[in-house]
Design a protein around this ligand. Structure first.
Ligand SMILES: [Zn+2]
Length: 594
């Protein structure tokens, strides 16, 4: 019989501790201490309670917990002395069924890992969907994590231990994230479409209006119809637009969505999560025969990443009336104009049709967007959701420092005009200056010595600057200080300088009322509230220009890595996200009664 949360909350301490037995390998103290936080309002709250206990424990206690775990496919598995929970997990992952070669390889990895870290490799082998990772994924992860720094890897092991406990807890409570699993599967299904050369390598790349892109649009549209949307269409720029009518024809609409195009060799969740989560909510409403006092318009934006054409935010920009007419004549790498690509896709490719996509903000309540975080913050804090306070303001420069190329052997150190060293000095300053703000970031992502040579003092150094901060004022101050320092460094070193501003985007602070709705929704799930800026740009930035907006982030695994095939998130977190979105809909329905 599965346990209920109510039973756990009411049971005497010893009995409650017994109910949670086996969650953390040979370490019942974690669940026992967490029980002091009863009553728990949700499983998510209980999970976080246990996370908190371990986060406050000493490093020694954390290491003892890690060391209480068996090696992956190790001696304990062979001698069949694993706990019942571990046996179940390692068997499901196929580890009890290795070929002699695989087994030998894993033993070697175990030995290397132990020698480097001094504790066993811990991996939640049931994976982000709970159904088990493939053996090759397990081995690839093992190999990759061997390269991590020791402190980072200890924290990564603890995160996997919490994930293992989450799955064990779900089993104990007979809980399955049914909706989260479904949404997870939708991502997996959509990811089978990829542009040709990438598809051959098993990589995910979907760029604007390719065959794979159009197949994605068709899939999303078909899925929307299945979910019960009343109107589904592909608009003049290739966006997929689904509308679930409100209770009355005159009702305004909530606008939501995100993009389904990807970067080259990207992840499966970037953008798509923000389309599928509201679709799952509409599916739920439709199944219950429920109409809200407002319509829900979900848009799968055709283009956000600017990969095939330099037309970033094309999809959301079309809704705000910011489609640049010059884009139609832009050519891709094969010389195909955007106009031709649109015509090939059966789109009208006229400015008139595109202009007609511009939304009248008075017909909308506002815009919300769900997105995978694409950063390490929530993962590190062991939090499933984060409420976005602002999409960061940014500014970019392409610069060149011009010194004097001279003989590396004969030019004394005090007589050099080394352009690369000047930029190196700036790089260290920029790092410290941004860090001092706490939430600003500064990056020199490109750094080249054109025509450089091993025996020549760098005469020129080309570099980029990417500066971002949660407000325009903070970004401006960061920019001012870094450029002033750059000039001072160059002057002191006798270096010439050119700077070219290539991009400037204003901050998009969340509308307070909409941010508050996300906060209420997260709190209602029993998940601790974490507010954070978005370091990346999103479609919400475009909609921000015409209507109030606010975003919700979902934790990414693997330190939140994104624009990378390792991008991942669990079906448990997706379920929480769908519930948060449904809660936001409920709040709006209460605020806007018929
Ligand atoms: Zn994205």
């Amino acid at each position: 019989m599965p346990i209920t949360l109510d039973q756990l909350n009411r049971a005497p301490l010893a009995e409650a501790a017994q109910m949670l037995d086996g969650l953390y390998e040979h370490s019942p103290w974690i669940a026992q201490q967490a029980l002091a936080q009863r009553p728990f309002v949700s499983l998510a709250a209980l999970k976080h309670g246990m996370v908190t206990v371990l986060a406050h424990a000493s490093v020694d206690a954390q290491l003892a917990l890690i060391r209480a775990h068996p090696e992956l496919a190790g001696k304990a598995m062979v001698s069949q002395t694993l706990t019942a929970e571990s046996t179940n997990e390692q068997t499901r992952a196929g580890l009890t069924n290795c070929t002699p070669e695989e087994f030998a390889h894993i033993q070697q990895l175990n030995a290397h890992y132990n020698a480097k870290f001094g504790f066993p490799f811990i991996l939640a082998v049931r994976g982000p969907r709970g159904t088990g990772l493939a053996k090759r994924e397990i081995i690839a992860t093992f190999e990759r994590r061997l390269g991590n720094p020791v402190d980072f890897e200890r924290a990564e092991c603890l995160r996997h231990i919490h994930r293992i406990a989450e799955i064990r807890l779900n089993d104990k409570f007979g809980f399955e994230p049914v909706v989260g699993n479904e949404v997870w599967d939708w991502h997996e299904h959509l990811a089978r479409h990829s542009d040709p050369e990438f598809a051959e390598r098993g990589e995910l790349t979907v760029t604007y209006l390719t065959d794979a892109h159009r197949a994605c649009a068709a899939d999303i549209g078909a899925r929307m119809r299945e979910c019960g949307f009343d109107e589904v269409k592909i608009d003049a720029v290739g966006n997929v637009v689904g509308r679930y009518h409100g209770a009355t024809p005159a009702a305004k609409a909530l606008l939501t969505g995100s993009h389904f195009d990807t970067v080259r060799n990207g992840g499966k969740y970037d953008g798509r999560l923000g389309i599928f989560v509201p679709m799952a909510c509409v599916k739920r409403l439709h199944a219950a025969g429920q109409r809200l006092p407002f319509a829900i318009e979900v848009v799968g934006f055709a283009e956000e990443e600017g990969q095939r054409y330099k037309a970033t935010f094309l999809g959301s920009g079309a809704l705000t009336g910011h489609f640049n007419p010059a884009w139609l004549d832009q050519q891709d790498a094969d010389g195909v104009t955007m106009r031709a690509a649109m015509q090939h896709a059966g789109l009208p490719a006229t400015l008139e049709a595109i202009g007609a996509l511009t939304r009248d903000p008075s017909n909308y309540l506002g815009f919300v967007e769900v997105h995978i975080e694409q950063g390490p913050v929530l993962n590190e804090m062991d939090l499933p959701l984060g409420v976005v306070t602002s999409i960061n303001a940014s500014v970019r420069y392409l610069c060149e420092a011009i010194g004097m190329a001279s003989h590396a052997g004969t030019t004394p150190m005090n007589r050099r005009r080394d352009a690369a060293s000047a930029v190196a000095e700036l790089a260290l300053y920029a790092e410290q200056r941004a860090a001092a703000d706490g939430d600003s970031v500064a990056t020199i992502g490109m750094l080249q010595v054109p025509g450089g040579s091993i025996n020549v003092v760098p005469g020129r150094c080309r570099f980029s600057l990417d500066l971002r901060a949660p407000s325009n004022a903070q970004r401006d101050a960061l920019e001012r200080d870094i450029l002033a320092q750059l000039r001072a460094i160059c002057e002191r070193r006798g270096i010439g300088l050119t700077t070219e501003e290539t991009m400037r985007a204003a901050a998009a602070p969340s509308a307070p009322a909409w941010q508050a709705r996300w906060e209420k929704a997260v709190a209602a799930l029993g998940v601790p509230l974490h507010r954070m800026p978005s370091g990346a740009g999103h479609d919400a930035m475009k909609l921000h220009e015409v209507m109030p907006q606010a975003m919700l982030f979902v934790r990414g695994l693997n330190s939140g890595i994104s624009h990378n095939p390792l991008e991942s998130t669990t079906s448990d977190d997706m379920e929480l996200c769908v519930n948060a979105f449904s809660h936001l809909l409920d709040q709006l329905a209460t605020e806007h009664p018929n």
